[in-house]
Design a protein around this ligand. Sequence first.
Ligand code: SF4
Length: 281
Amino acid sequence: MLNAEQALILKPLLEELIERSAPDERRSHDPVDLVWNYQDPCDQEVVALITSCLAYGRVSLLKRAVAQVLAPMGHHPAEFLRTFKPADLPELYDGFVYRMSRAADIADLLAGIAHVILKHGSLEQAYRHHGGLSHTEAASELVRAVRAARLRSDMARGLAYLLPDPRDGSSCKRLHLFFRWVTRGPDGIDLGIWTAVSPADLIMPLDTHTSRLCRYIGLTDRSTVDAKMALEVTDSLRLLDPDDPLRYDFALCHLGISGRCIHRRSAEHCPGCPIEGVCTL
Ligand code: SF4
């Protein structure tokens, strides 16, 4: 965990990292790019959740998989889910495979989202339904509501992987990415379509790659990538920006996605890296 003195040193370096991260160029290499293809916030939140659930593996491959899921839903996925019969979903996605995810997992996920938006009007309204709870608890309730409306009677591992419950203790990178996308902004990357969550309450979407970077620059001392590490990293980032701790996430994440950081010291990659001065690798 960072201390106040370290935060003062790190902040200008991360600000420079943001300035040099070329978000306009980098967005096409990020899954959030798919969400910007839609204009209606009702569609954007649905597409954001579907996209974030599948945001694992290589970006080019996951974008293709998400496009396959979205194609039958047309220009208005929220309206599609409100009107399409859930029981027909498995046949619609018959044959779909993306790494660990299968057609039945997608059908479960979409049936769950459909149920929630029909019941509450939108995913945001469903989240608001648990307004008295902490962000983690309300996020967990939203996940549980989607999962509960699945088509299969048993909770399949495939659906649990797509949509993990933050109360289970994992880092829930993709779920926290969803909340970042709909809450922060709009800034050309994040969409800023929700007001139910404050950007100050967001939790860092940590995966193996970003967690390593966070360790290099002292945002955490923990070794296991889990909810505790995500909270510690977020607390460190709050020392830099209490109102918007996740403003550094996109730039940090794209150090890895762009191939700039290869997670070892390199005469080719490290010189000129904005955080080289504080990188302990
Ligand atoms: S200094 Fe090198 S190892 Fe450290 S974050 Fe930058 S590119 Fe990665």
